[in-house]
Design a protein around this ligand. Structure first.
Ligand code: PLP
Length: 476
């Protein structure tokens, strides 16, 4: 009993690479948003597993027959709904190699190249986004995981014996409170849920008319909480919020954190990659004062899911929070090397840094920056078209590549407008050509268009614009 013979693997492998190449070059023949109904795909999958092996040819052909109708094509240039995780050629090749090597980088010893490439890539990436040398980086799967590790580090920094005694049932510790804006991503709340901080342990700070956290309100909230015997421990500032991509004023927030000795985490999951562009350096103001920061190359650096980069200036605290070494994982090199399992919840880890190595080398920093810059320019051009139309409204500033807008003919109540915009979005998304998303801003239903795919060109933005206008016309 052995693996698939090499000859068969090679043949199927070539076939699969051809399939992916054809898929990507013909992607526009698919609708960006899958149009199936719930259960449609599972109906096509046998209820029980096959007892005898099947031909790989049959499995490959079933990808088309069974799965493709139920795929929402994130790589489609009409996909402008969520921050794009697009698969670039070098990223896909690196994924193949990752699976082929099949290594697990839990310890330096379990593949020295793993740990050392990750260290080098974190150094490259740190320089690319202009963070100082005291920032140490590690790769996790998602920003949700990265931010959870930030909150865990913030909690560990308090030195209240959480490692040994936990949090529950203790009368010797105050309740902990952390802060983020009303527009912070739900992953921050999930991190707090996971760590026993609880939803009441998060205080949401109001935002200004540009959806940016108001630092004075943060200062007031912290003082009030201290008076009421809460223990503030962490602030999350967002650079590129999910709904509108607003940027919290990191410098002012950092001053408040310094005054109260609070951990400052920056969630730059979406927008962080733009720090590579000289014109966008303004977004990094105050970053040097942060304790941690997350940036997701799988959101806006053409990296296939998944890859989130977490930087911290206090890796010793992260290690203190998580390092736990059972006998079987001790090695005779432990004093000389970094074992990545010491820096987080997971033991085993995928060789994700290969993707950064392939992508950064293939495109070069300039190539990556130019592509991202073009997305920002296209979004601004699109926003300009919206502003020129009398019945369309721009609903938030456009600092990056996401545009929030709605239709407003001027003679409707807010409820009617919400209904009208929801209808418009449904119409657009059922066209099979374009996929947009929505958010609510101050109770108003707003349509969101985001650019960031490696396949987004100007013609796609023009096509999107024409389709939006046509859908609007069809609504009347
Ligand atoms: C600002 C921000 N932070 C965090 C996340 C969560 O990212 P992930 O899916 O990598 O956990 C998102 C997702 O869109 C986001 O927009």
């Amino acid at each position: 009993m052995s693996d698939m013979p090499s000859k068969e693997f090679r043949k199927a492998g070539h076939q699969l690479v051809d399939w992916v190449a054809d898929y990507l070059s013909d992607i526009e023949k698919y609708p960006p948003l899958s149009q199936v109904n719930p259960g449609d795909i599972s109906k096509r999958i046998p209820k029980s597993p096959p007892q005898k092996g099947e031909e790989i040819e049959k499995v490959l052909s079933d990808v088309d027959k069974i799965l493709m109708d139920g795929i929402t094509h994130w790589n489609h240039p009409g996909f402008m709904a969520y921050f794009n995780s697009t698969s670039s050629g070098p990223g896909i090749l690196a994924e193949l190699l990752t699976a082929g090597l099949g290594i697990n980088g839990m310890l330096w010893k379990t593949s020295p190249s793993f740990t050392e490439l990750e260290r080098s890539m974190m150094n490259w990436f740190r320089q690319m986004v202009g963070l100082p040398e005291n920032f140490w980086g590690i790769i996790y799967d998602t920003a949700s995981t990265s931010s959870m590790h930030a909150i865990a580090s913030a909690r560990e920094q308090l030195n209240l014996g959480f490692r040994e005694k936990g949090m529950a049932g203790r009368s010797d510790i105050p309740r902990l409170r952390m802060y983020c804006s009303e527009h912070a991503h739900s992953s921050i709340e999930k991190g707090a849920l996971t760590l026993g901080i609880g939803l009441e342990g998060i205080r949401k700070i109001p935002v200004n008319e540009k959806f940016e956290m108001i630092p004075e309100k943060l200062g007031e909230a912290i003082s009030e909480d201290i008076k009421n015997k809460w223990k503030p421990f962490c602030v999350v500032a967002t650079v590129g919020t999910t709904s509108t991509t607003s940027v919290d004023p990191v410098e002012s927030i950092a001053e408040i954190c310094k005054r109260h000795n609070l951990w400052l985490h920056i969630d730059a999951a979406y927008a962080g990659a733009t720090a590579m562009i000289p014109e966008m350096k303004w977004i990094t103001k105050g970053w040097e004062s942060a304790d941690s920061i997350v940036i997701n190359p799988h959101k806006w650096m053409f990296t296939p899911m998944d890859l989130s980069v977490y930087f911290t200036s206090k890796s010793d605290i992260l290690k203190r929070a998580f390092s736990l070494v059972p006998e079987y994982l001790k090695t005779n090199k432990d004093d000389e090397v970094e074992n990545l399992m010491d820096y987080g919840i997971q033991l085993g880890r995928r060789f994700r840094s290969l993707k950064l190595w392939f992508i950064i080398r293939y495109f070069g920093v300039e190539g990556l920056a130019e592509r991202i810059k073009q997305h920002i320019e296209l979004a601004n051009e699109f926003a300009g078209w919206i502003e020129k139309e009398t019945n369309l409204e721009l609903m938030a500033p456009v600092p990056f590549s996401t545009v929030c807008f709605r239709v407003n003919p001027g003679n409707k109540t807010e409820d009617q407008l919400n209904e009208l915009n929801e209808k418009l979005l449904d119409k657009i998304n059922s066209s099979g050509k374009l996929f947009l998303s929505h958010t609510k801003l101050n109770g108003k239903f707003v349509i969101r268009l985001t650019i960031g795919s490696i396949r987004h060109e100007r013609k796609h933005i023009v096509e999107a614009w024409e389709l939006i206008k046509k859908s609007l016309g069809d609504l009347k």
